[in-house]
Write a protein that binds this ligand. Structure first.
Ligand code: PMP
Length: 356
């Protein structure tokens, strides 16, 4: 039976990525060696990293002022690297608190300096994006989270800022066109729209580095990763190979502009069913709904086991919501086909016919 994987991450990737990765595990580029046993410094491995970086630059039209790096430690280590690289000694930063991951970033930044939470949606369990705030001009940087994976909200615009802007784009990077020049640091764990888990990508404006007065531990220093072409230490060759294949796939879909149209279609299809169907309610405020993660609950919790049975029988997997929200979360990352969303919508319609 075909599985329709709505997982929030790690998540569905294109079949051709799995196919080519598994071939490389056995015999990488007809070299007779597995991709898992070659040095990360070998020319053909280096080409994988360089091509991945090049593809990010091409797909997102990264300006020359910025550099793309891949490191490890996931987005969680970026919560640490950002203040190390951007916050002056005795400095301060402004953070937007829009969910659990934003809170995680705030927690780490507080260890290095003063953090001002300039707006928060904690009062409504993060079901909206705060808009009534201004970014102060006397902080070292402003940090926000473009898509709140757990709560199903997404920033549709970004505030004016006279200080450097840092954004965690882990769960909506490469899902739509983006003006990279408006940001000074963008970071994203790979395991949603970029590839398998095991790496994190950062796009860094080189002009904002070197201004903190800190002695930054080498691995945490963006400049070192930039200088070394993301090969400061042993990088995960297989994981980055998956990233490269996924970026090539995305390019063949018409890039971010092409995929963006399909992502919009998927989100419209599901949200219109959530709103039409009398048995469900969306949890996020309509204007802030995420195109990547749609969160919704059953109006009558007593029907939970019936609904769960129906979607599981249809081949749908990983639809359960995060424990902080409950209900359901349909994650519709780039590789999820429209057809899978249609299957879910059909199940919701059939469920209404039976129990509505
Ligand atoms: N930020 C966001 C928006 C996330 O969705 C996640 C979870 N993937 C993280 C940060 C943490 O990422 P990681 O597990 O790569 O540290």
């Amino acid at each position: 039976m075909k599985i329709h994987n709505f997982s929030a991450g790690p998540c569905i990737l294109p079949d051709e990525v799995f196919q080519k990765m598994s071939e490389a595990v056995l015999n990488f580029n007809n070299s007779g060696s597995s991709i898992m046993e070659i040095s990360h410094r070998r020319a053909d491995a280096q080409e994988v990293m360089d091509t991945s970086i090049q593809l990010v630059k091409e797909l997102l039209q990264v300006p020359d002022t910025h550099e793309v790096i891949f490191t490890q430690g996931g987005a969680s280590l970026q919560f640490v690297m950002v203040p190390f690289n951007m916050m002056k000694v005795n400095g301060s930063a402004a953070y937007l608190e829009t969910g659990a991951w934003a809170k995680g970033a705030i927690k780490e930044a507080k260890k290095l300096g003063n953090v001002e939470i300039i707006a928060s949606s904690a009062d409504q369990n993060f079901n909206y994006i705060p808009k009534d705030y201004t970014v102060p001009s006397n902080v070292d940087y402003f940090h926000c989270t473009s898509n709140n994976t757990i709560f199903g909200t997404q920033m549709k615009s970004f505030p004016e800022s006279s200080v450097p802007v840092v954004c965690d784009m882990s769960s909506d990077i490469l899902s739509k066109p983006l003006d990279v020049s408006k940001f000074d640091v963008i970071y994203a764990g790979a395991q949603k729209n970029m590839g398998p888990a095991g790496s994190v990508m950062a796009i860094v404006n080189k002009e904002v580095l070197g201004k903190t007065g800190r002695d930054i531990p080498s691995y945490l220093d963006y400049q070192i990763h930039i200088n070394k072409g993301s090969a400061f230490n042993t990088w995960p060759v297989l994981a980055i190979y998956g990233v490269m294949l996924n970026l090539q796939w995305l390019k063949n879909q018409g890039g971010v502009a092409g995929i963006s149209k399909i992502n919009q279609e998927k989100a419209e299809l599901l949200y219109s069913e959530i709103d039409r169907n009398g048995l469900f309610t969306g949890t996020a405020v309509v204007e802030d709904r995420s195109e990547m993660n749609a969160t919704f609950v059953l109006n009558n919790e007593d029907l939970k086991s019936e609904f769960d049975k129906m979607w599981k029988e249809a081949g749908i997997s990983s639809l359960n919501g995060h424990r902080d929200v409950g209900g359901y979360r349909a994650s519709m990352y780039n590789a999820l086909p429209l057809e899978s969303v249609q299957v879910l919508v059909d199940v919701m319609k059939a469920f209404e016919q039976k129990f509505g």
